[in-house]
Design a protein around this ligand. Structure first.
Ligand SMILES: O=C(O)CCC(=O)C(=O)O
Ligand SMILES: [Fe+2]
Length: 301
């Protein structure tokens, strides 16, 4: 499946219209000229490779402690993005809420790594704000409506590594899931493996498009728009060809206290809201807990 390309260099209104169409049709888009420097992105992948290729005992020093904190390293088999399925084969370093001075120095593999990732996170958030402002124009809310409720408390940078394991029947690199929040930015190498479930229920491999960033709508954006934008199911196939895969996800999730209620502009006259209002923090925590508790409830296969 070729994702619709949304080029931010085409100007505000054309870009907003293209973004609206892509999110309404598939929930996914490939964004060009998002404003992330190519050299910075390359370094982010290099830093991720350096970390994931380190000794398991080193990585374990930065272990993920709880879904409430949502920060730290998880080895392959620790997370179930599909809580009803097998554990994911990926390993991850999750970096949440980097701009508010809450991260203790010992939680970082090194001070330089922490400084770089914090700067990269800031760049990603600025890029995400450009998209949030475009969405505000199409959804007929004040320009900073979404920016104001994404100050960063739940905004999360996540480094992912899919090791080159032999194919393992029934077990995925990342299990089938929808994303929990507003939007996700996904940077990937050219290894492929990402699949999106189309409207007919068929899994479609997503062809990587050079110099674009994949974005997708999450559950809360689906709720805000009364389903106009779909929080589309996706998954990642395991690496079975001896190659490894790296990706970097940036989850743009609303601050916990945000009340997510269907926007009036997304309801036609007389149309009922399909979703009850919900608090963002509760939804995101509930989804995080489920994907992590599966590992506690069930023995490893
Ligand atoms: O690694 C990828 O390409 C996708 C990962 C993903 O969907 C997620 O972490 O939510
Ligand atoms: Fe995802």
């Amino acid at each position: 499946m070729e994702l619709t390309v949304v080029d931010l260099a085409t100007g505000r209104d054309p870009a907003a219209r293209a973004l609206d169409r892509a999110l309404a049709e598939t929930g996914f888009a490939a964004v060009r000229n998002l404003g992330i420097d190519a050299g910075t992105l390359e370094r982010a992948f290099d830093e991720a490779a350096g970390f994931f290729h380190a000794d398991p005992s080193f990585k374990a020093r930065f272990a993920y402690r709880s879904a409430a904190e949502n920060f730290g390293y998880q080895a392959p088999g620790e997370e179930y993005l599909d809580p009803a399925g097998s554990p994911d084969l990926k390993e991850t370093l999750t970096l949440r809420n980097l701009l508010h001075g809450t991260i203790a120095p010992e939680r970082w593999p090194s001070a330089a790594f922490g400084a770089f990732m914090t700067a990269f996170y800031r760049d990603c958030l600025a890029a995400a704000y450009r998209l949030l402002r475009l969405l505000a124009t199409v959804l007929d809310v004040p320009e900073d409506f979404f920016v104001h409720c994404h100050r960063g408390e739940n905004v999360t940078l996540r480094l992912l590594h899919y090791p080159p394991l032999p194919a393992d029947a029934g077990q995925l690199g990342a299990g089938a899931h929808t994303d929990y929040g507003m939007l996700t930015l996904l940077f990937q190498d050219n290894a492929g493996g990402l699949e999106v479930r189309d409207a007919g229920g068929t899994w479609q491999p997503v062809t990587p498009v050079a110099d674009t960033v994949v974005i997708n709508a999450g559950d809360l954006l689906e709720r805000w728009t009364n389903g106009r934008y779909r929080s589309t199911w996706h998954r990642v196939q395991p690496r079975s060809d001896g190659r490894e895969r790296f990706s970097i996800a940036f989850f743009v999730d609303p601050d916990s206290a945000t009340r997510v209620k269907v926007l009036p502009g997304c309801l036609a006259a007389g149309e009922a809201a399909r979703f009850a209002p919900i608090t963002a923090g509760e939804h995101v925590q509930e989804r995080l807990q489920r994907s992590h508790e599966a590992a506690v409830r069930r023995p490893r296969p």
